[in-house]
Design a protein around this ligand. Structure first.
Ligand code: PLP
Length: 416
């Protein structure tokens, strides 16, 4: 039985071209990029090329790319790093009114939400901004939450469970209009992990100061991510204007490292660089850039076909998140569907037994099909949040596959 994978938002297979790009760096070109000799220089050159390829795709300088071990780490670096660098500037744990504030949306990935909660335990004030029924963040609530203590706003580009796309440019404008010219805060972080496959992520157009990507969501290897860090905010000019002693982070970035040790990644992420994975990441980015438009329209058609048929088979189904109509703000590959009366876990097991891999939402929750906090955040009942399934399409998905999945769903509901 050929299995059908409809969980591309959880992870993707490594593309053959990506495998080929990584292979030399496991054995033949194995040097430590930090070594001075020719072996090290070869590795260092490969990382430099990868940085440049990715920088071109993001429309930034290669010096603004920091490779990490995952997007989770990159998100941690953005949140904890900004808070770390502002410590001596505005932080005084004894005074509640001088607590730094960060603003995040209520449907961020766990790597942002759990980090925010952890920072909250450390005395940081966190504002969780709600979303509407379609999963679009309340921009007015972001504006209202900004104050002079706000150091960071973090909003994802597209949601991993429901695919809703956020109005990043609008949020960026609000943040920048508020930004204090002296302190250069608040900063704006965008988690673009799910968006990059289908949406161009040029940082100048998005207007963000930080942006997170992950290789394994775009047919690259697991275990490598990156954080774009804008160099536009100039620490020196900030210091000059403040005319007071300032705790300088070890680099000229407005962010401190969370992993210390060596001086890799411009002093912001210690640890020997993973040359093969970084080379693979860049190859994956290059491929996405080439096929994005074509794949977007192909996947959109397949998604609309699948959704239309699903509604015919089971008229009670409802979509979680924004509608699939052309003007909708949603990624083309994610369909999060409410199947009334069908507990997520039971349904997923029945699908799996029949050879179809789908998911309850985020992969991190997959071993326990808990109710989805994202579906709950849309204002739906706990029942709906525990009777919803996420189907995500990808490069290998065909209409033939989807027809088979539809037959399987029909059998699960109505028997043979
Ligand atoms: N952010 C989003 C939106 C995600 O979907 C994921 C993974 O599911 C992550 C961050 C974390 O990525 P990684 O697996 O590279 O840590």
């Amino acid at each position: 039985m050929k299995r059908i994978y409809l969980d591309y938002a959880a992870t993707t297979p490594v593309a053959p071209e990506v495998m080929a790009a990584m292979r030399p760096y496991f054995s033949r070109v194995f040097g430590n990029a930090g070594s001075l000799h020719s072996f090290g220089q070869e590795a260092s050159a490969a990382i430099f090329c990868a940085r440049q390829t990715i920088a071109r795709a993001l429309g930034c300088s290669y010096k603004e790319i920091i490779f990490t071990g995952s997007a989770t780490e990159a998100n941690n670096l953005a949140l904890r790093g900004v808070l770390g660098s502002t410590k001596s500037e505005i932080r005084n744990p004894k005074d509640r009114e001088s607590r730094p504030r960060i603003i995040v949306s209520a449907i961020e990935h766990g790597s942002v939400l759990e980090t925010a909660r952890d920072l909250e335990r450390d005395g940081v004030e966190v504002v969780y901004v709600p979303v509407n029924r379609e999963g679009i963040v309340d921009v007015g609530a972001i504006r209202a939450a900004l104050n002079e203590r706000t150091v960071l706003v973090s909003v994802q580009y597209a949601n991993n469970e429901i695919g809703t796309i956020q109005p990043i440019q609008e949020i960026s404008k609000i943040v920048k209009d508020f930004r204090d010219q002296i302190r250069n805060y608040p900063l704006f972080h965008v988690d673009a992990v799910q968006a990059f496959q289908y949406m161009p992520c040029r940082v100048d157009e998005l207007g963000c100061d930080f942006l997170t990507l992950s290789a394994h969501k775009i047919y690259g290897p697991k275990g490598v991510g990156l954080l774009y860090i804008s160099r536009k905010l100039n620490v020196e000019s900030r210091m000059e204007k403040m005319k007071q002693p300032f705790h300088l982070p070890p680099s000229t970035f407005h962010l401190s490292p969370i992993i210390t040790g060596g001086h890799q990644e411009f002093g912001l992420r210690a640890g020997t660089e993973n040359t093969p994975y970084i080379a693979g990441f860049a190859k994956a980015v290059g491929i996405v850039e080439k096929m994005r438009k074509r794949e977007l329209s192909r996947i959109k058609k397949l998604r609309d076909y699948f959704w239309g048929k699903l509604q015919q088979i089971f008229p009670q189904v409802q979509l979680n998140g924004s509608p699939t109509c052309p003007s909708a703000r949603r990624l083309p590959n994610i369909l999060n569907v409410y199947f009334p009366g069908r507990p997520t876990g039971d349904f997923l097991i029945a699908l799996d037994v029949a050879g179809v891999a789908a998911s309850p939402g985020s992969a991190c929750q997959a071993h326990v099909a808990e109710e989805s906090y994202v579906v709950r955040a849309l204002g739906y009942s706990s029942e709906r949040a525990s009777q919803s399934v996420r189907f995500t399409l990808g490069r290998s998905t065909t209409k033939i596959d989807l027809d088979r999945v539809l037959r399987i769903v029909k059998n699960i509901f109505y028997g043979k």
